[in-house]
Design a protein around this ligand. Sequence first.
Ligand code: CA
Length: 692
Amino acid sequence: MQGLWRRAAVIGLALGLAACGRGGVDAKRIEAADGSEWLTYGRTYDEQRFSPLSQVNTDTVSKLGVAWWAEVDTDRGQEATPLIADGVLYTTTAWSKVYAFDAKTGKPLWNYDPKVPGEAGFNACCDVVNRGAAIWKGRIYVGTLDGRLIALDAKTGAVAWDVQTTDKTRPYTITGAPRVVKGKVLIGNGGAEYGVRGYVSAYDADSGKLAWRFYTTPNPKGSPDNAASDKVFRDKASATWSDGVWKESGGGGTVWDAITYDPKLDLLFVGVGNGNPWNHKLRSGGKGDNLFLSSIVALRPETGEYVWHYQTTPGESWDYTATQHIMLADLKIAGVDRRVVMQAPKNGFFYVLDARTGALISAEKFVPVDWAEKVDLKTGRPVEAAFARYNGGQVSTQMSGALGGHNWQPMAFSPKTGLVYIPAQHGHGFYADPAEFKFIPGAWNTGMLRVAGGPSAKAPAARPGMFPAKGELIAWDPVTQTKRWSVAFPQMWTSGVLATDGGLVFHAVNNAFTAYDAAKGAPLWSYDTGARAIAPAATYAIDGEQYVALMVGNGGAGGKDQPRQRGRLLVFKLGGAVTPPAYPAPVTPAKLDLSLATPSKGDADKGSATYNLFCGTCHGAGPYLPNLATSPAILDPDGFKAIVLDGALKANGMAPFRRYFGDAEAEDLRAFLLWQAAQTPAPTPAAPTHAQ
Ligand code: CA
């Protein structure tokens, strides 16, 4: 009991300190963060997502219940980490909207809708999500799906400035959270599957004026950009690219998630994504490492000047991004105190690098991986398996796949246990050269064989032993590079993680939000959120009470296997006794009555190829977006064309496809979907609610 009182006193003291700093959030306040607030995406600049709060702990967590909750107006994916400052909780939702609540009571204070056009959803590979805002000196900063960076008054939500950070003629999106360092707002973007050139930008927090930009791939015209990246491309990076499709596509390399700052070394670390096309043979003639794809790049925050880089996957050819969470820590390794950067990127190796120099300290597999035997610590390069580059017309079925051994869901590090908690994924991917490839601006341009699923299709055989995919929460010792404990789940796509000084690790699988003992992995408490949660939780304290906040709402690249529900924000505290209403049961689409269909004279095999190129990525994986083989829209050719070609549903994100194909191809597509509908078994009828 004494311990609890002492903890309460510490929280009270912390609140007193925070109250002194009400001049607005700045670096001093972020670095001195005591746990009562959550002031940047990963809580503090090191992005450890570890809270020093301990009122909710291994002894008390069983009393955790909902203190207040709110529902938002979208049922797309919710990936945001809430921020808490000066008693206000700020969060973002799908479609880049911002909400402010009284963090103690849940009273709504304001909300802001940047009015992203629905069509912008077409450019998003992985849902219309947003991972959060930044706060700095009385303003909230948010990136929008249509490529803007917006500054809002933190008290009112009024727009202070709104700048376009991308070329609107290219399929760029922003889903990541901005970070503010030394008065500059840092923001990247996404779009590497479609064909863009990646970069990270710094904008002046006061004025919204561009301060610097660092490109991650060379200028396709061969000319300088007048950007911070010019020198390093001239000196060494351009020479790592050969002739290929990158000159049309921009090469990819988007900075769509990790941006981490080290105030001790005054370095910024950005995570760079995969190439466009994925296929290295098409992108760069199979030649060269293609800097800075799949790399961690260290930059000077004031100028964007290059300092060092480490490339996890040279000559990237599998969507093995290194955009995943970058975390800083002080570790004692082989008796030496090291300041390290840690990352668990898609390729399945856990990397520990020297933060000052980028030197590789260690790299080991944290999930089953067979595309590379190991990482050679002398050269820093992976030792690739012979089959991995799918040469000579071969298909490579390899681990990991494009969803990665770890995706955007943030990890957490507890300095108390010395463990990194990774929401890991076991999975595999098929990789093969296409029979032919033509870059189509704005379309899915990965340069992979896409297996048509039409009447004449033959699918490549999977190698045994790779199924099923699964998820695993891993407590990883970054010093010994070994697993300390783990919990496995049938679901691959789980939530981000929070660790606390209360000895807890918070993580959600589907709608089970669970607190584990951080040292041993035993589940201590679980709460049914009613819908799948994928976001990481945040925690804060007000008036001596600790709160845990979680955004609920399924979505993202791996969320397509489950239906959608309205996004919710759930905020917990000890003794919380509020019960949010149950969600409505998801509606199972009925089997189409094909006797009502206008028969099609289209070619279903050709339609299958069109489906694979343009439709399958979003519509093919499950109930998240409509299964087209159950859509009444395919019954009638005119209605079908109005939606597919002319954008009748563009406000929902269904952009018009007439820029890619015409009436004949649309009818082939409809023929394929009618064929598919005829193969689709009737859904299991719901149990009757009363006797007839
Ligand atoms: Ca990608």
